[in-house]
Design a protein around this ligand. Structure first.
Ligand code: PLP
Length: 322
């Protein structure tokens, strides 16, 4: 197995992305702090370039390409934010990018990926195996495949979000992080272990897609069918060996939240903090509020992972009566 990334890889990633990625703001809500009797620090990756933390991992991975890799280009498969992150990073670094996206991916995400200069190839996810297809094209064109989470440079890049948070607010008692394939969670856990060793790092998944929780509890990677949830960024079926190894070692627990709790989070962010947060971006917050952990009187970090959601979908989700 590839060696696991370490905190020094997170530090190196932070150097590489400096001046390219935004140092996103850490925001607070006094209303919320009063309600929870806690101090909550939101690391707002919805304000990251292309609207989600995924720019960090993608840019870090692509900055390590050698001359031959730069010339042949990068290939990725993603229905969402990873596609935009690779397309934008590739554009900034002058690397050709091919992105495979399912035909039924949200139009805004397809448009945004094309807008960043990505060569989008649409495929039918019910008929075609995207991994096989991606590997075929990668082999034909000599392109380097950068997966959305199962890669040491991607994980190290995502960890820079938590590194910045600790750098800004100091040590924390809890850090809540959303989880799909576990790239963000494992990178943030590497940073937490080094910068705030007593901090409990908690992963949060949609209830319908709790493969990570099942894996964590059983000690072996559990694979589930594609879950039905509004958290489209966390519809992964399984962790990878790399993310699972870090999560098992450095994460204290994995919680789940319901779609209704995610919508409540979207409303809270919109009403109280004037921010548009995508459903997946609300996982960590919902886990902090509803997860049953004793956060009262504690210092609590919450990673708000992204803000990419069609306005129409946003309106539908938050506009419906609770
Ligand atoms: C990709 C993504 C996630 C999940 O990240 P993983 O590294 O796969 O766990 C969460 N939120 C948003 C907004 C994402 O784009």
């Amino acid at each position: 197995m590839t060696p696991l990334p370490t905190f020094s890889d997170v530090v190196a990633a932070a150097e590489r992305i400096r001046g390219h990625a935004h140092q996103t703001p850490v925001l607070r809500s006094s209303t919320l702090d009063q309600r929870l009797a806690a101090q909550v620090f939101f690391k707002c990756e919805n304000f990251q370039r292309m609207g989600a933390f995924k720019f960090r991992g993608a840019f870090n991975a692509l900055s390590r390409f050698d001359a031959a890799q730069i010339q042949a280009g990068v290939i990725a498969f993603s229905s969402g934010n990873h596609a935009q992150a690779i397309a934008l990073s590739a554009q900034l670094l002058g690397i050709p990018a091919v992105i495979l996206m399912p035909q039924d991916a949200p139009q805004a995400k397809i448009d945004a990926t094309r807008g960043y200069g990505g060569d989008v190839i649409l495929f039918d996810r019910f008929q075609q195996d995207r991994e096989v297809l991606t590997r075929e094209i990668a082999a034909q064109r000599g392109m380097t495949l950068i997966p959305p989470f199962d890669h040491p440079d991607v994980i190290a890049g995502q960890g820079t979000a938590a590194k910045e948070l600790f750098g800004e607010v100091g040590e924390l008692d809890y850090l809540f992080v959303c989880m799909g394939g576990g790239g963000l969670l494992s990178g943030c856990a590497l940073a937490a272990r080094a910068l705030s060793p007593r901090c409990q790092v908690i992963g949060v998944e949609p209830e319908a897609g709790n493969d990570g929780q099942q894996s964590f509890r059983s000690g072996a990677i559990v694979r589930i069918p594609t879950p039905k949830t509004i958290a489209d960024g966390a519809q992964t079926q399984a962790l990878s060996e790399m993310t699972f190894a870090i999560v098992r070692r450095d994460v204290q627990d994995i919680l789940t939240v319901t779609d209704a709790q995610l919508v409540e989070g979207m409303r809270f962010f919109a009403e109280r903090m004037k921010m548009i947060v995508e459903p997946t971006g609300c996982l960590a917050f919902a886990g902090a509020v509803h997860g049953g952990l004793p956060i009262a009187s504690k210092r609590v970090g919450v990673i708000v992972s992204g803000g990419n959601v069609d306005l129409q979908r946003f309106g539908k989700l938050v506009g419906d009566a609770p």
